[in-house]
Design a protein around this ligand. Structure first.
Ligand SMILES: CC(C)(COP(=O)(O)OP(=O)(O)OC[C@H]1O[C@@H](n2cnc3c(N)ncnc32)[C@H](O)[C@@H]1OP(=O)(O)O)[C@@H](O)C(=O)NCCC(=O)NCCS
Length: 155
């Protein structure tokens, strides 16, 4: 990892930066639109990447209960993409889950499956995660023409 790069749990003071990053991709439907209030409420789920003191990426972990978790809202500042920041954030989340759970299924729904495959995720069926479908997909405007691919890491 670049020595100027750090990945850490997010705090309340990161809400504006996380919101600004997600907004870059929410309008095109790449990530779910989140209000500042929603981000603030769920700030404990977020991590951020900092490069030379500036927030340049974020990601979130959602716990569905049981052994099921979702990595979501993975975004890197367009000016900093391709430098290992996305990898550093997702590996941070995987390491955290591995530390705390003997067994888990960590999934994602994404339009960028190749990125997650580079990190060890394997393509699977969306129907493997009915909790997600009932929670989010059933309310999504793209539900009937979803272009997202499901991937998972299981231990
Ligand atoms: C996808 C995204 C998070 C990747 O972050 P990044 O910092 O640019 O990626 P990294 O530099 O850490 O790349 C890690 C690996 O994934 C590969 N990779 C990155 N983006 C990729 C893409 N779009 N397609 C295929 N492979 C990709 C890299 O080549 C690299 O492989 P390697 O380490 O084995 O050489 C970032 O490009 C982004 O914010 N995209 C827009 C939002 C988005 O699509 N988010 C994901 C859906 S939630």
């Amino acid at each position: 990892m670049n020595t100027h790069l750090s990945v850490r749990s997010a705090s309340a003071s990161d809400v504006d930066a996380i919101h600004a990053l997600l907004e870059l991709y929410a309008s095109s439907g790449i990530v779910l639109k989140r209000s500042k209030e929603d981000i603030a409420f769920f700030i404990g789920n977020f991590i951020v990447a900092e490069f030379e003191g500036k927030i340049c990426g974020c990601a979130a972990l959602r716990d569905f209960g049981g052994d099921l978790l979702e990595v979501r809202s993975v975004v890197v500042d367009p000016a900093r993409q391709g430098c290992g920041i996305g990898r550093a954030m997702v590996e941070f989340i995987i390491a955290d889950v591995e530390l705390n759970r003997p067994h888990f299924r960590l999934f994602t729904l994404t339009t960028t499956p190749a990125f997650f495959q580079r990190l060890g995720f394997e393509i699977t069926e969306k129907e493997s995660f009915p909790e997600k479908i009932w929670s989010d997909c059933s309310k999504c405007a793209k539900a009937s023409h979803c272009d997202e691919v499901a991937l998972v890491i299981s231990r």
